[in-house]
Design a protein around this ligand. Sequence first.
Ligand SMILES: Nc1ncnc2c1ncn2[C@@H]1O[C@H](COP(=O)(O)OP(=O)(O)O)[C@@H](O)[C@H]1O
Ligand SMILES: O=C(CO)[C@@H](O)[C@H](O)COP(=O)(O)O
Length: 601
Amino acid sequence: MAESGPLYLGFDLSTQQLKGVIVDSQLKHKHEAKVDFDADLGEKYGIEKGVLTNPSEGEIYAPVGMWLEAVDLVLSRLREDGLDFSRVKGVSGAGMQHGTVFWSQQAENLLSSLDAKKSLVEQLEPSAHKDERKGAFSHPDSPNWQDSSTQKQCDKFDAELGSPETLADVTGSGAHHRFSGPQIMRFKAKYPEHYKETSRISLVSSFLASVFLGKFAPIDISDVTGMNLWHIKEGKWNEKLLALVAGGEDGVAELKHKLGHVPEDGGASFGHISKYFSQRYGFAQDCNVIPMTGDNPATILALPLQASDAMVSLGTSTTFLMSTPQYKPDPAYHFMNHPTTAGLYMFMLCYKNGGLAREHVRDAINGNKTDRSWDKFNEIALSTPPMDQKSSSDPMRMGLYFPRPEIVPNVRAGQWRYEYDSSSNKLNQTSAEQSVDADARGIVESQMLSLRLRSANLVSGHEVNGEKLPPQPRRVYLVGGGSANPAIARIIGDVLGGAEGIYKLDIGGNACALGGAYKAVWGCERRGKQTFEQLVEERWDEDAFVKRVADGYRPGVFEKYGEALKGFAAMEKEIVKSTSEGATTTGGVFMKNEHGQGAKN
Ligand SMILES: Nc1ncnc2c1ncn2[C@@H]1O[C@H](COP(=O)(O)OP(=O)(O)O)[C@@H](O)[C@H]1O
Ligand SMILES: O=C(CO)[C@@H](O)[C@H](O)COP(=O)(O)O
């Protein structure tokens, strides 16, 4: 008998891919499809790893037309996968954070009168088809989160409210190159005519929601906190920061109009799907468009995350995410509104040097041949003792591994190695040129020590079998490509702990698109004031959805890494200081110190 019952669609529009995942009301994964920008559309749009670059100005951006083409393509792939679109009752999802899309004056007319026989890109971005007709965008490109062209604007943002600390207190973050406020400010200065012609500025998430809605969709309550423009505690735009972007108070009303109203409820439907999608693909006419959010906020929705649980996303970048009722902002990290639950926040650390840096070490260990296997890396990582300390009288060995300029801490690209004697608290820099074998464990330890250092204030003690454990996450959940690696999971447990252990999401698809699909379920099926957490917990199938992949807290080992933390913090300080003294130009961007007036990646 054919299956019936509602289905929900979640998207993840990220740097390199558009993924679509279908779940049912019980959160069970049913279908998925993806478009890989390089493989499917790379030649046509001239992109590499999903983006175009202008290194002389530190610019990284993506053509919006390519994303539109990907939307039609991913839906046709879902159809090929057997999806019955008439059962889809809700659409939500995520977009990579911070990116902006600039709509033209005729955009809403075009969005609401799409012809189902033609593609989205033909009608909304004719320039992508070399047609000179005016399209729906005042500029064809969207700045990417890896862009670092906004140093001047970041300096002004950090100064505007008095200090980076105050900016972080108000908006949840100090100024960062990729954040939308500094990006819009630069766009206005570089393209004044395009800015004037802009009727609406969307984030990547609200851009995608607008396409499905057939009119402008508001910016989401969580994603808005990745802009450096939203006063988190007051729940409204910060007028001073808007004036900074607009070039004076006179421009504030116009900018506010371009940004639009931000609704508080992350679950309230924006309305029914545009008829383009019901006519072309057969979506139910009453399918709801639920607010789409940022990729990181959507990722925390893939699990019924409890306070003191942590998620480590081991993708291209490494991100560390926690859902917490505490609001303790600092310019070194980010606090954002929780995407579904008022009174909760998302704590986030974001590193550019994640998977790529680990791959560098893997390739060096494999002799830089064509072997891309992780076997040798894993074997060496597990046979190396914690901190490469063969006996307790040996110093601990540690380092920083940054093939790209890093966000946390804010330093230029480079590699540094140190020895640390915890009994005398002595730190010595050693040669960067040494055997790469110790780096297999070393790079994972280094990345995890950085997470432990910065999340220490947010974790608490736990009692397991009557025994009181030191402050650490209750569970650590791994997501992203690197979560497949058992050796990495084991070392993460050693360094970060985890009172109940290390877990991995065991459902198909990816966490971010799944979180988006769950958000659609919640938006459409919640009863009264039922929170997202209550709904997901009620339908959660622990045995089917997650898998315990490694031990967490190991007595003695966790404490040893606690000792290493002091040396690690001192090492970072020394590197930040030495790199800011000899300020270096990396990729056309002037890099300086962590909290001062230097670059914020
Ligand atoms: N077995 C593995 N061990 C370690 N890293 C892995 C493994 N499999 C994939 N990866 C890493 O996962 C990363 C890609 O993760 P993914 O979540 O797909 O990326 P994105 O963030 O772009 O969506 C790559 O850096 C790759 O090296
Ligand atoms: O900038 C941030 C978070 O602040 C990044 O996490 C981007 O949001 C990453 O996007 P993808 O890796 O999904 O492309």
